[in-house]
Design a protein around this ligand. Structure first.
Ligand code: G6P
Length: 369
């Protein structure tokens, strides 16, 4: 097992550090920047269906559901296709209105999650076209779907999903861009810019990982907190949910993710000097609005950990701590802002002496309802 961990103390840490390679592996052969095209067989072969679809319904569980929420922003923003994101467990039991003009995208790392599999079978029975985004090759979901695209994250052992999440977002981004080009909803220069920026993501993830020691120091300061809030807007709202989930899963600290603007409808009542609040406040993406949310937190003495764009000064002046990530397009920012949140939960769990790779009560693959 020590050999499999490749010198890292835990699988989770190894998998966090594997993300630059995993993301590269996922777009390799699909993103052809010189030719300015994206090639994905599962999409090409079914292009007509995608172009005629009334809407896309994404079904998934856990972290994969969060990747689906990020995809909702990407598909609607770039490809202008209406998207709904559903917990597979809810979808399957609520007699959903769905027909042959709908496309269902099922996202699953393991490809074995029982609720997701059942949601796929239901969607198929109603005539929908079902596309799978799985990591495990030949898994049940990969076999049950009409077509699909694999993430090439490699085996993920840690129960808390890390590289599977960022590679799911990578695949879904490629799909959204491919469809956007086919539909003409983005210009060729925007398309090229996305390809260029996407290719730079692995290096930027590498850069984001350099904050590791700094994040460990922050983790040490907040490891004894009872609660933690995560806030983000737009593309980074689902990242806030995922950050909170990571903390819950492995450190057993209660955490909630919220859209930053919803804070005033409830969570603000919880804020006092004992409440750490992680705020994703990168430059592109409602920055000024997030800054005013940060001011509201500060005036209530909450402890602010800002996830900011390199060189940021405004949030730095207000926050108790800032963690920098490189600049990128807003639509690609979740691939970077996720990284410090993974490391923060990892270090807190390690400092608390928790079993990081196999947290209590959780399973890597949930094959029962
Ligand atoms: C379990 C795992 C999570 C995962 C979820 C969905 O709860 O612990 O990490 O996100 O299942 O799994 P899937 O394999 O369908 O992505």
């Amino acid at each position: 097992e020590q050999i499999e961990k490749g010198g890292y103390e835990h699988f989770m840490l190894k998998e966090i550090h594997e993300q630059p390679k995993a993301i590269t592996d996922t777009y390799r052969g699909r993103l052809l920047r010189n030719e300015a095209i994206i090639k994905m067989a599962g999409v090409e072969d079914n292009m007509k269906k995608f172009l005629n679809a009334n809407r896309i319904i994404i079904v998934a569980c856990g972290t994969s559901w969060h990747a689906g929420l990020v995809a909702e922003y990407i598909f609607e923003d770039l490809s202008r296709i209406p998207v709904e994101v559903e917990y597979a467990s809810e979808f399957r039991y609520r007699n959903p209105i769905i027909d042959e003009n709908d496309i269902v995208i099922a996202i699953s790392q393991s490809g074995e999650t029982a609720d997701t599999l059942a949601a796929i079978k239901l969607a198929k029975s109603k005539g929908a076209f079902v596309f799978g985004v799985c990591n495990v090759v030949g898994s049940s979901i990969a076999r049950e779907t009409h077509a699909g695209a694999y993430t090439h994250a490699g085996p993920e052992i840690g129960v808390a999903s890390t590289k599977a999440f960022t590679t799911q977002i990578t695949v879904l981004t490629l799909m959204a861009l491919r469809l956007a080009r086919a539909k003409g909803t983005i210009s060729s220069s925007e398309f090229r810019q996305h390809l260029l920026e996407l290719e730079m993501i692995p290096n930027k993830v590498e850069k984001a990982l350099e904050a590791d020691a700094h994040i460990r120091e922050i983790a040490d300061l907040y490891k004894d907190s009872r609660n933690c809030l995560y806030l983000g807007r737009g593309y980074n709202f689902p990242v806030a949910l995922e950050g909170a989930l990571k903390l819950k899963e492995i450190s057993y600290i209660h955490a909630e993710g919220y859209p930053a603007a919803e804070m005033k409808h409830g969570p603000i009542a919880l804020i006092d000097e004992n409440m750490p609040i992680v705020v994703i406040a990168t430059k592109k993406g409602h920055y000024e609005k997030v800054v005013s949310n940060i001011q509201e937190i500060k005036s209530r003495k909450g402890k602010i950990i800002g996830i900011v764009t390199e060189g940021d000064e405004q949030v730095r002046a207000l926050a108790d701590h800032v963690i920098e990530v490189p600049e990128t397009l807003e639509s690609l920012s979740p691939l970077l802002t996720t990284i410090p949140l993974q490391l923060l939960s990892y270090h807190i769990a390690v400092l608390l002496g928790k079993n990081v790779d196999q947290p209590r009560n959780l399973a890597k693959s949930v094959t029962v309802e």
